[in-house]
Design a protein around this ligand. Sequence first.
Ligand code: PMP
Length: 291
Amino acid sequence: GFEAAPTPKLWFDGVLADVDTLQADLTTHAMHYGSGVFEGIRAYATAEGAAVFRLPEHMERMRRGAELLGMAFDVDEVTEAVLATLRANGHRDAYIRPLAWFGAGGFGLDVEGHPQHVMVSTTATRVHLSGARATVGVSSWRRNPADSLPPLKLCGAYVNSILAKREGKARGYDEALFVDHDGFVVECTGANVFLVKSGRVTAVEHRDALPGITRDTLIALTGAETRAVTLDELLDADEVFACGTAAEVAPIARIEDRGYGDNPVSRELATLYARVIRGQEPAYRHWLTEI
Ligand code: PMP
């Protein structure tokens, strides 16, 4: 016979609970002002069991965001919460979303002493081999400048990405690219950008871009140079790809009217990355935390 799927568990303030028993107050500070910080992390099935990719690096970036907001954040506790939630849900290939936020307790902007919460949710992910390549429009919006809003995964900062994504989709593209006032490439709405020219791999560097962990991984794997890149140089490249925890390595088919070929170097890197995250490259097993 059929068995009902178990109710997903979510970790909330130190306790694993059925997701449908939990709720948040409508006066939640983070809901009104975006006063929270989150992460996007992946777990993968490996030959030695499921493992989380670069968990300490994700926890450290989240800790920095929490520190900026003046929130207490216990890296060890949230690390354990991530592993416990994956185990409780029986997840192997999964997307992991921790969030720390200011809760109910008034609408003042002084958050000192404001009630705070932490949750971790995990969602099973399909292993996708679609090979579909994204089309990208250049956004008319500017990326949040780092001297107004540091490039960390702060909840409110993502309104900027939502605007660019909406515009890109409305113009018929899958994704949007942020370019600054001087014509330098920043990043996509939720992914960093690389180019390939004459077989040489370059990671786009920009102070307003999130310091991506996938970007860091690919720089370590390829020895790619990192430097500022103009939109003109990107359009003149042989290949362009975006990368991020969710996007992994995503070859780009077209930016505005500039079509790229079949991206052989990007595809090769995507294959290497797929092996690394699944523990198939012994030299990089230290990036995996077994659950
Ligand atoms: N830029 C932005 C704006 C993002 O949201 C993400 C996804 N976290 C990235 C880049 C890629 O970062 P990572 O490789 O750490 O996922």
